[in-house]
Design a binder for this molecule. Structure first.
Ligand SMILES: [Zn+2]
Length: 149
């Protein structure tokens, strides 16, 4: 299920996410809504396991399989973000291009909207012969600077 660039509107809220599901013809089941509500209220990048635990702690009954299947469908549809990490996948509420600050000591991922200067894009295009249409940058660092040494 791939969406073309033309009909992509940015998802900036839970409502936008639910609308995107409708546009895609995805049924918004109770479980699917639970997952979207959690991602939009939590605003962290969470693993399927964490999502399962948090929902069940809130008393929202959802099975393991349902969590995995819904995350799969939502990320395939571009409704949510899926980050591939060495230790597994993490899911976030922002599906549009954005950059990440990766904290190496806390394992936290912070979403960041950053725009490179036009001159830098031009330089990259000149060096590679590729016309740049999109980019995502990964920054790495330490929350607690003493650990950097
Ligand atoms: Zn993100």
């Amino acid at each position: 299920m791939k969406i073309t660039e033309a009909n992509r509107t940015p998802i900036n809220s839970l409502e936008d996410a639910l609308n995107r599901c409708q546009e895609l013809g995805m049924r918004v089941s109770r479980q699917r809504r639970y997952i979207l509500e959690l991602l939009w209220s939590n605003e962290n990048h969470l693993s399927a396991r964490e999502i399962y635990d948090l929902l069940n702690q809130e008393g929202k009954e959802i099975g393991h399989t349902s969590v995995y299947q819904n995350l799969e469908a939502l990320s395939a549809g571009g409704v949510i973000e899926c980050v591939e990490r060495s230790d597994g996948r993490l899911y976030g509420n922002i599906s549009d291009s954005h950059s990440h600050v990766n904290c190496l000591d806390t394992n936290q991922i912070i979403d960041l909207q950053i725009e490179l200067p036009e001159s830098m894009i031009k330089q990259i295009e000149a060096e590679t012969g590729v016309s740049i249409t999109d980019y995502r940058i990964d920054f790495f660092g330490y929350k607690n600077p003493t650990k950097a040494k």
